[in-house]
Structure formats: C-alpha cells, structure tokens
Write a protein that binds this ligand. Sequence first.
Ligand code: AMP
Length: 270
Amino acid sequence: MILIKNKAELSKYLPRSQLAFVPTMGNLHEGHIALIKHAQKYNSPTICSIFVNKLQFGPNEDFDKYPRTLNQDIDLLEKNHCDFLFIPDEEHFKEIKLYRADSALSKILCGAIRPTHFDGVVSVLHWLVKLIRPTYLFMGQKDFQQIKIVERFMAMHFAQVQLIEVPTEREADGVAKSSRNNLLTATQRKLAPRLYQVLLNATSMIENKNIDEITKFVNDELNQAGFDVDYVEIKSRLNLLDPNPSMSDAILLCAARLGEVRLIDNIFIK
Ligand code: AMP
C-alpha cells in the first residue's frame, strides 16, 4: 500500500485510471474493511483516506479525544490489500471551503441534535473528492442519513461520481460495528444488542400496526432496556420524507444512548 500525505504525492502516485474511494476518520474496524472489500469488487485501485474531520464535531463533542490509531489502521488496510492510503496533515484544515448540506435532510434525525455535523461532512468530502477524483465513492448504510445527504450533495457537485451504499457490518450478536462500541462498559456492551433486536422485532409489526404504534413500541422497549432514546422514526429510504402508505420504501432509524455512548442503527422495514 502506498501512503500519500499531500497533493504533490497524490498527483505522483494516483493512477489516471478509475479509482474506488473509501473516506474514513480512522480507528478502523471490520465495518470500514467491509467498505474496502466492497470497493475491491469494482476492479479499480482502492484508495482509503483517514482524516479526523474537525468540522463535523460540535462544540460539546470531543475532537481531541477521537481515537487515533494510525499504525494499527495501516496494518489492517495492508492486510486487506488496500492500494493507497491518503492521510492529509491537520494543517490542511485551512484549505477546506465550507459547504452546506441540504437543509431539509440535515436538520432532522441526527441533525436535530448535531446541527452543524453534516455541513462538516460535506465540506471535507468536497475537498477530498476534488483532490482524489474517484469514479466510485463507498459509504456505509449504518450512517443512512449521511448517505442520503451525500447523495444529494454529490448530485449537485460531482454528478460523475457513483455513490455506492454498503450494508451494515455487524458483530455476531447484531451490534453494528463502530469505534464507539469500545467506549461501552461491560454491562452496557451486554445491553447493546437489544437495539438491533428491537428494530428487528419492529419489522414484524408492519402488517398490522401503524407508524406511531411501531415507533412507540421501539421507544418503550429501549427505555425499558436502559437506553436513553434520542429518536425513533420511520421515513422513506428514498428521501427521508414520510414513507408511502404501504411502507414498501420504509426505513426505521434510531439513535439511543447507553450512558455517554450514543449508538445509531437502522433497518429496512420491508
Ligand atoms: P467513519 O470513520 O466513522 O467516518 O466511517 C467511515 C465510513 O465507514 C462511513 O461511510 C460509515 O458509514 C462506514 N461504516 C462505519 N461503520 C460501519 C459498519 N458497521 N458497517 C458498514 N459501514 C460502516
């Protein structure tokens, strides 16, 4: 794997062929590797980026404490045959122009609690995509709202890039893989699988319950299990508006906290 740290090295090493791009903030785990493996199916060299994006952290979110595990990340990427790793220095922050994420999509769900988060996401993505010029961009369905926002943003700014959604990679007990899982205490880790179990149970209610009944069920079950629920909502997976009456396009999205650790997950209902 070739390590690239700046623009000069990007133009020196990156081939002019098609490129499959996986942006990350590092502290890589099997969820990120699922994106790399998916990208490798596209018969193009794969480039991963690791950049802890200060702009997507809110004032009360701890940018300085975000885990940085570069050597471990490099080992994992090499083991999985990633071709290039772009690790721009933090000094690059000053080059990044600010863009706004779609206002309707970015102020609901996670955006209601993290109002500037998605502006930060799209600003850094714009900067990275402009430098790397990938053919394909891979993002995880775990962050479903992010995918919808990026989809709209890319259509406006980089319509030639194909955004590919990758299904959520889970632990054997159903917990979506995430760096945040390491922050759970042993007791909280035992509770964590309940989140996905409750979402799964909710999908079987679709034929005889309405949206309010299903979201109330999820809320109640999670509260009872010891979660503090931030939101439970059923939306259309096409545009995050209301789903159609048959719910054939519906996705159930949830954010809930165990202590200080905020977990998000989602499931397609049909
Ligand atoms: P992050 O480093 O948290 O910014 O995540 C980088 C990318 O990895 C995003 O597109 C995430 O959606 C994706 N990702 C993180 N966890 C998972 C997972 N468990 N399964 C699939 N994709 C994931």
